[in-house]
Each structure stands twice: as C-alpha cells, then as structure tokens.
Design a protein. Structure first.
Length: 205
C-alpha cells in the first residue's frame, strides 16, 4: 500500500521543516492538556504546523491549540477517508482541522474486526501511523509532566529516535527535555503501509 488520501486544505506536504509533532497520553491530566494547548498555540503563532494523531487527550488539545493560534494543523489517522473518524467524539474537531489544515489517511480500506488474541488490526494501524508521524516530523514533542514515556506514545518517540529526529518531553512549566527516557516500542508485525514508498510518493519533491 503506497497511496494516501488527504482531506482538507491543499497543503504542500513536501515542505516539512516547520512541522512539529505534539503527542501524548489519552488520559493526560488537566494541566498537561493545558500545556499541550498553550504550546501548540504558541507554535502556530510562530508559523509552525502542529502534527498529531487526532486521539483523545494531548492530541486533541494540540490540534485545538494550533487552531486557536490561527495556525495550521495536520492529523495523521488510522482510518480510510471513507470511514468515520476515530474517536467519534473528535469528529467535529476533524471538521475544524480540515478548515485549518488537513487530515492524512494512509489506509484505503477499513480495518477488519477480529477476536484474535493480541493487537487488533485497528490497534496496529494506530501504532503504524505513529511510526509514519515519526518519519515525517523532525521535531517530536511528548507532553508529559514527569516520568518515563510509555503507552501508545512510546512508539512515536521510539521511532523518532530510530529516524534520528529531535525528540523532547515537555513538562507543565514549559521546560523541554531532549532525549527523555522512553519505554521502547517496536513494531514486530509486517506493516500494512510502506512508509518509504508513501514518503517518496507524497512527501518528497
């Protein structure tokens, strides 16, 4: 699978020097959500494009902050363009993102529901899109006040290090810590998407 679909504004996806990924937990504290919003607001004010995954928590706060800052934001999602946005509570936010940026859909088919043990196809796609985000963004910021970065966020950060990107943890005092401690996250299955092909086809001049 090498094709993607994009909904929203017609943005030049080959110009990514101003892209900053802002990611984090779906179960972030109120202070962490405020930090993500304010940080993204300021990034937007300074001409940066905020990239995230449209998940609940930090992702949603980052998108909203960029929009409030009158800037642009990009969501990379795990659903095809024909499928409803996940999670459903962020559907209205997705419409705002399309007016102030775009949504990247790297998948062209719906995920198959499965009762097999382990990660479902839907969950694997969430992690694969994190790896795509890590490959596209030279700066990746996890909003987490303290502690080791774990959960789903660890995949974006782990692959950010694999791709030699600049990775940071941002605390509630707006302090950026470079190369924070991250619980390793690896993709051990055969990925559905071919990241190198996608980048060559859609993200390179």
């Amino acid at each position: 699978m090498g094709a993607i679909k994009v909904s929203g504004l017609n943005m030049d996806l080959t110009q990514r020097d101003k892209w900053v990924a802002v990611i984090g937990s779906r179960k972030a504290s109120a202070d962490e959500l405020r930090t993500a919003h304010n940080f993204s607001f300021n990034l937007a004010r300074h001409g940066y494009i905020v990239v995230s995954g449209l998940a609940e928590g930090i992702d949603a706060a980052a998108h909203k902050g960029a929009i409030a800052g009158k800037g642009k934001t990009i969501a990379i999602v795990n659903t095809p363009i024909e499928q409803e946005i996940y999670p459903w509570k962020n559907r209205s936010l997705s419409e705002e993102i399309k007016k102030n940026g775009c949504i990247v859909h790297p998948y062209t088919t719906k995920a198959v529901e499965s009762n097999e043990r382990g990660l479902s196809q839907f969950s694997k796609r969430l992690i694969e899109r994190d790896r795509l985000l890590a490959a596209l963004c030279s700066k990746i910021v996890t909003v987490k006040n303290e502690g080791v970065i774990e959960g789903g966020t660890r995949y974006g950060m782990s692959y950010g290090k694999v791709y030699a990107q600049n990775v940071f943890r941002l605390d509630n005092e707006m302090n950026l810590q470079k190369d924070p401690e991250v619980k390793e996250g690896k993709i051990w299955w055969d990925m559905e998407i071919d990241i190198e092909r996608i980048i060559k086809a859609h993200f390179k001049k």
